[in-house]
Design a protein. Structure first.
Length: 184
């Protein structure tokens, strides 16, 4: 073995050696700027939130600003106004039991602006059809109990909101109430 050191080749400090880090930095900066622009314009950052559809109803804040009432609806915690609407005619449908029928009067509640009630009035035939379909699936024994009535209210709310969603693009019914209820 020899004691003479092996010479190390010098790095080339040409144009390519200087251009690679500069290009890498430009790619990173460009990607970051594009990502930031996308996040801001889509509402992910910047405090703007997602863009709201101007055609959809808005929640209506309580005007009195007081304490929450004892009863709150499904969509609210007492901070929103509740608007009620009673369907004009009662609903009569055959139950699944032979020779048995149900007749109910219904009212609905919403915490949204007047567009929900206007949609209910305008689309009442579609809503009536959906309600009659749900009523026709019931048995007398089931709807005669308190738990059965609550279950029926949930099903009716879902059916009404689905009919509204299909017709106008939004639901908004937070609760269904019985204004009359007869099983025969």
């Amino acid at each position: 073995m020899s004691d003479t050191p092996v010479p190390v080749p010098k790095k080339k400090s040409g144009l390519v050696g200087k251009l690679v880090p500069v290009l890498g930095a430009l790619v990173l900066l460009g990607g970051g700027a594009a990502g930031g622009w996308y996040a801001t314009s889509s509402g992910l950052i910047g405090g703007h939130g997602p863009k709201e559809d101007k055609n959809k109803p808005k929640l209506v804040e309580r005007k009195d600003g007081g304490d929450a009432p004892a009863q709150t609806d499904a969509d609210g915690d007492g901070h929103y106004e509740t608007t009620y609407f009673e369907m004009k005619r009662e609903f009569t449908a055959n139950l699944t039991d032979p020779n048995r029928y149900i007749q109910v009067g219904l009212g609905v509640a919403t915490n949204y602006d007047s567009r929900v009630i206007e949609a209910v009035e305008k689309n009442e035939p579609a809503i009536r059809s959906a309600v009659l379909g749900v009523l026709g699936e019931q048995t007398a024994d089931h709807v005669a109990t308190a738990a059965g009535k609550e279950d029926l209210q949930r099903r009716l709310r879902a059916a009404i909101n689905k009919a509204l969603q299909e017709k106008v693009g939004f639901g908004g019914i937070s609760q269904v109430y019985f204004t009359s209820f007869v099983i025969q």
